[in-house]
Design a protein around this ligand. Structure first.
Ligand code: PLP
Length: 408
């Protein structure tokens, strides 16, 4: 029977990651996947996570099933971490999920169960997995603008497009550090979005995957909290992959704000039903680690310090890349980058230039021009800048091999 299977499309990001792994050139630089790497190129286990794991190993006494909502202490602590005040958490429910992806999928499933065939608006460009997840859940997808023809943030376009979102539509918004562009709406634009949602009745669905890596943990959550204050209902997918460094532990939660406790009870049961048919229950370890950290003042402070240090390194990397591009006379490339934040930046380069960057300089970014700013070892930034300048036709010295010595 399996010979009937038509060849499925490969995943574009993991395909490139595979190409990178097979590249023998010592100067190769992997900026494809969204993982934080320290100055030595390693994705570290945070000290707060190590300490939490040591404590858990000491006291672990059972691996019994947890229940359909996962670890309920984790859910409670995540609600407070994201929504901050009792006034907001009292209007919300949370279910532990298999990371941010699981939260997106369960919430999409909730939308389909509530109203089959609902249209969900996503950004253009969007996180590569948004459309597939929504369509896999049986939803329709439309897009709204985020950038103008020069690749600069386009808040007018964003608001104009979303004026067409109707009463029963859902609008998926990235809460901070937009993937792939690194450009977030201003707070004023977020407020305009809240007004639009309130006037037109669409439901905001916020995807939080990078909070803590833009302007700081609390600052990055401000738009989400403001929306939750101004609107009666809201969906939030939360990932602990990046800000706790728990990528492979698949840790996250789905949060829903609703008008009454009874509605929220129905919502929780619907999310549990969806999880039951997909994976039954989420894995415990990452949630236990996050719970141990968030429930302990000292561990929580240590985690925040480490998160701030990660953010500082990302910001310094971006500033350094911008400085190097300016020094090479590539201000047109540098200026958009200077205004971006978070793990990713979008180079204003087409897929041909990105291919040349890969072939000539062994620098791997996505075909759309996205690079992982958090994945660049600091001493390789001049090399990256020279590679980018060389493949960019508009830059002085285009197509000149970089004069930077071979990497360490
Ligand atoms: C915008 C966005 N949302 C959600 C996710 C899902 O993250 P995970 O499932 O690893 O927690 C990612 C991962 O890259 C992302 O970039």
């Amino acid at each position: 029977m399996l010979e009937l299977l038509a060849p499925p499309p490969a995943d574009p990001l993991w395909d490139l990651a595979g190409e990178f792994a097979a590249d023998p050139r010592p100067e190769r630089l992997n900026l494809v996947l969204g993982v934080y790497r320290d100055g030595t190129g390693v994705t570290p286990v945070m000290s707060a996570v190590r300490e939490a794991e040591a404590r858990l190993a000491e006291r672990s006494d059972s691996k019994e099933y947890r229940g359909l909502s996962g670890n309920t202490s984790f859910n409670r602590l995540m609600l407070s971490a994201v929504l901050e005040t009792e006034a907001r958490t009292a209007r919300a429910t949370a279910v532990q999920t298999v990371a941010g992806t699981g939260a997106l999928r369960l919430l999409a499933d909730l939308v389909r169960r509530t109203r089959p065939g609902t249209t969900v608006w996503i950004s253009d460009p969007a996180y590569v997995n948004h459309q597939p997840i929504l369509e896999a859940a049986g939803l329709k997808v439309r897009t709204y603008r985020t950038r103008d023809a020069d690749g600069l943030p386009d808040e007018t376009g964003l608001l104009d497009d979303l004026r067409a979102a109707g009463h029963h539509d859902v609008v998926l918004l990235q809460g901070c550090c937009h993937n792939p562009t690194g450009s977030d709406p201003s707070f004023a634009a977020w407020e305009a979005l809240a007004e639009l949602a309130s006037a037109n009745g669409w439901l905001p669905f916020v995807d939080l995957a990078y909070h803590g890596l833009g302007d700081g943990f609390e600052a990055d959550l401000q738009p989400t909290r403001m929306l939750s204050d101004r609107l009666p209902e809201m969906l939030i997918a939360v990932s602990c992959s990046k800000n706790f460094g728990l990528y492979s532990e698949r840790t996250g939660c789905a949060i829903v704000l609703g008008p009454t406790r009874q509605t929220l009870r129905h919502v929780e049961t619907a999310l549990q039903n969806a999880a039951r048919t997909l994976y039954s229950m989420p894995p415990e370890h990452g949630a236990a680690v996050v719970t141990t950290i968030l429930a302990d003042d000292a561990l929580r402070s240590l985690w925040r310090e480490e998160l701030d240090a990660m953010r500082g390194r990302i910001t310094a990397n971006r500033a350094d890349l911008v400085g190097n591009l300016r020094a090479l006379g590539c201000s047109d490339l540098a200026e958009p980058l200077a205004r971006q934040k978070g793990m990713f930046s979008m180079l204003p380069l087409g897929s041909d230039a990105m291919r040349r960057l890969r072939r000539q300089f062994a620098v791997y970014g996505t075909a759309s021009g996205r690079i992982n700013i958090a994945g660049i070892p600091a001493h390789r930034i001049p090399y990256l800048a020279q590679g980018v300048a060389a493949v960019c036709d508009s830059a002085p010295g285009a197509h000149v091999a970089p004069a930077v010595p071979a990497p360490r």
